[in-house]
Design a protein around this ligand. Structure first.
Ligand SMILES: *Cc1c(COP(=O)(O)O)cnc(C)c1O
Length: 349
């Protein structure tokens, strides 16, 4: 089985969002590009002259820099604080942009010789995760004025707050932006996919920061019908066996197979060793446009209950309907896709 990535649909999604909201797009490619494969996705970005992306950790950025030819003018924004011991990498690679999540971070970065043009400020609007807290804004302002700093950007994150609360947070963020001086920041961004769908095109932001939307899916409340799925997990049926002739099917006994009323079983090469969880047993795969049930998942193989219409070599699609798998697994799409391991090949469709 392979993960096939549709360049056409991926670029469609980015262009669509850019045009609809009239803002630049900062594609979020953390967690192996939500399982799509960050290497292949970054190559598509570069090829299509989209010159920036966002990751969560420095480890994600380093993996990309070490494996992919990333041009010097391509920017990788790292959301989480980069520790002091890793700042030498930031000094070495012009592509890296770091985030100051506190006054201490900012001073650390500046003391280590990092140019403020390679720093973004993250403001915490009260979620207590990452970011400069509101009480520290006067101190930050003082540092900016004293040292005459110009930054790569400033941003915050709205999580999934209720609509009216979000409006309040947006107002607070805009006030901070004015307080620190809009002209001191090249990029201003605030919205993930849900917040794009909720608040649309805010006048003071320069960029939108979607993950899910660029991959063509959304979670509850963030509907956007023009987006297209980018990810196709496909492969071929390698073998079909008559249950009659089997004593065991992996760990299922003849008795158990009989109880399940199984007649013919098709094999495909994917298993929980690939991050295809055993919880998928009972869900369906698509063969010749028809759904067939998954009977058993082992570490390397998956077994499907098929009928006489299915032949060796037929094409199989897994996770063919992301929303029905979400229901079956009782897991978010951005929870079950990123765990698909690197053992699965990623290629362009
Ligand atoms: C993950 C993340 C995003 C992207 O979120 P989606 O809901 O997938 O659009 C945006 N901003 C931040 C800070 C994130 O951590």
């Amino acid at each position: 089985m392979k993960i096939l990535i549709s360049e056409e649909n991926f670029i469609h999604n980015i262009s669509f969002l850019k045009k609809k909201y009239n803002k630049n797009i900062l594609p979020v490619i953390k967690a192996n590009a939500y399982g799509h494969g960050s290497e292949i996705i970054v190559k598509l970005l570069i090829k299509n002259k989209i010159n920036q992306c966002v990751v969560a950790r420095i480890s994600e950025a380093m993996e990309l820099l070490e494996s992919t030819g990333i041009p010097k003018d391509f920017q990788i924004i790292i959301l989480e604080t980069v520790e002091k011991k890793d700042l030498k990498e930031v000094l070495k690679y012009p592509q890296l942009i770091v985030t100051a999540n506190s006054e201490k971070d900012l001073l650390n970065f500046l003391d280590s010789g990092i140019d403020s043009q390679k720093i973004q400020l993250k403001i915490d609007l009260g979620f207590g995760r990452n970011g400069i807290v509101l009480d520290d804004i006067p101190k930050i302002k003082k540092i900016i004025l004293e040292r005459n700093l110009k930054f790569s950007g400033i941003f915050s994150h709205l999580f999934s707050v209720e609509y009216s609360k979000g409006i309040e947070f947006i107002k607070i963020f805009e006030n901070i932006l004015n307080e620190l001086g809009r002209e001191n920041f090249q990029m201003v961004h605030l919205q993930n996919s849900l917040a794009i769908s909720n608040y649309g095109s805010l006048p003071f932001v320069t960029h939108l920061r979607p993950g899910m939307f660029i991959y063509g899916f959304f979670e509850d409340g963030a509907y956007e019908e023009n987006l297209k799925k980018v990810f196709f997990l496909e492969g071929e049926i390698l073998n079909i066996k008559n249950v009659e002739n089997l004593e065991y099917l992996a760990y299922l006994s003849k008795e158990e197979m009989k109880n399940k009323n199984l007649k013919k079983i098709a094999f495909i090469k994917i298993g929980y060793g690939d991050g295809f969880l055993k919880l998928n047993e009972g869900d369906t795969v698509l063969i010749n446009k028809k759904p067939y049930k998954i009977v058993l998942i082992t570490m390397d193989n998956t077994f499907i209950d098929v009928d006489d219409k299915v032949k060796i070599g037929d094409e199989v699609e897994i996770y063919w309907d992301l929303y029905s798998s979400k229901k079956w697994l009782n897991m978010n799409i951005c929870e079950y896709l990123p765990i698909l391991s690197k053992r699965i090949l990623r290629e362009l469709k």
